[in-house]
Design a binder for this molecule. Structure first.
Ligand SMILES: Nc1ncnc2c1ncn2[C@@H]1O[C@H](COP(=O)(O)OP(=O)(O)O)[C@@H](O)[C@H]1O
Ligand SMILES: [Mg+2]
Length: 270
């Protein structure tokens, strides 16, 4: 019998080394080297077009980099079957939301993720799966919408249902692309609180969340990557990296950074 390799206590969930992505002649990611360790919760900040969504596509195994090496959940891209690791990754993004069927009931949109499919498949589902889907909708504050048709929901409600769907297969890596975009102020505060609780606790997934606003960084997130023109401008613990100088250079305008307890904010310095 072969002995199983001992897993280091905090192994890398994501390991990128010199990753570049070229699209339409543009270098969208440019020699990016970055690591996410188990239990870390990362925020990605950067201007429009900096490559944030492209980076999440690489992490979700949706695209393959032009150069460099990508290791996700211990599997090296190009050496392992991506279908083995995809079910262990939860993703929400605008592109994925567009693929969700509007005439489908909300509960079906969530429960089908247990089977890795989009669109209703079975007449009946495993009662445990259905119970989990209902519990996740409750965790996101939208239990009352279970029987509604997905297409009839507001933007903010759809975002919550998408996150419940991403959590359905109990992913080890959760990727959120602007989860609070288009959500009203009260809704954002509620959602940010829920996102924070989702990533704390022993069984929480490791998460990478793209946002445009420091106000949307939930308590419980620990690290930040500042992306500028496809490069890592700075990366590390929030308190070390979210400095006025770093943010000003990342966004190209003079910015002040404010901390309110375990939440953050930024504004233009005049
Ligand atoms: N398929 C593509 N072909 C050409 N350019 C693309 C493609 N996808 C994205 N881009 C360009 O790559 C850059 C980065 O895009 P994206 O990763 O979506 O940025 P972000 O999410 O940070 O706003 C943008 O300039 C965008 O127009
Ligand atoms: Mg984007």
């Amino acid at each position: 019998m072969t002995q199983q390799a001992v897993t280091p206590e905090r192994h890398a969930v994501v390991r990128l080394d010199g990753v570049s992505v070229l699209r339409g002649g543009l270098r969208i990611l440019d020699g990016l080297s970055w690591q996410v360790r188990e239990g870390e919760q990362w925020i990605i900040l950067g201007q429009n077009g900096a490559g944030k969504t492209t980076l999440l596509e690489v992490l979700s195994t949706g695209i393959y980099p032009t150069t460099g090496t990508v290791e996700i959940l211990g599997a090296r891209r190009g050496h392992s079957d991506v279908f083995d690791i995809r079910p262990r990754i939860g993703l929400t993004s605008a592109a994925l939301a567009d693929r969700l069927p509007h005439p489908e009931r909300v509960i079906d949109v969530v429960v089908t993720a247990a089977y890795g499919i989009v669109g209703r498949w079975r007449e009946t589902y495993d009662p445990d799966d259905l119970a989990r889907a209902h519990a996740l909708l409750a965790q996101l504050g939208v239990a009352h919408l279970a029987a509604r048709l997905f297409g009839t929901l507001s933007e903010g409600e759809r975002k919550r249902v998408q996150i419940a769907r991403a959590l359905m297969p109990d992913p080890e890596l959760l990727l959120l692309d602007e989860p609070a975009a288009g959500v009203d102020l009260g809704g954002r505060e509620d959602l940010v609180g829920r996102l924070g609780r989702m990533v704390t606790g022993d069984w929480a997934p490791t998460s990478v969340m793209v946002t445009h606003h420091l106000e949307e960084i939930p308590a419980g997130y620990t690290h930040v990557l500042l992306l500028r023109a496809g490069r890592a401008f700075a990366a590390g613990p929030l308190a070390d990296v979210l400095t006025p100088a770093n943010l000003s250079q990342t966004f190209g305008v003079p910015l002040g950074v404010y901390r309110y307890g375990d939440r953050w904010g930024a504004r233009l310095l005049s």
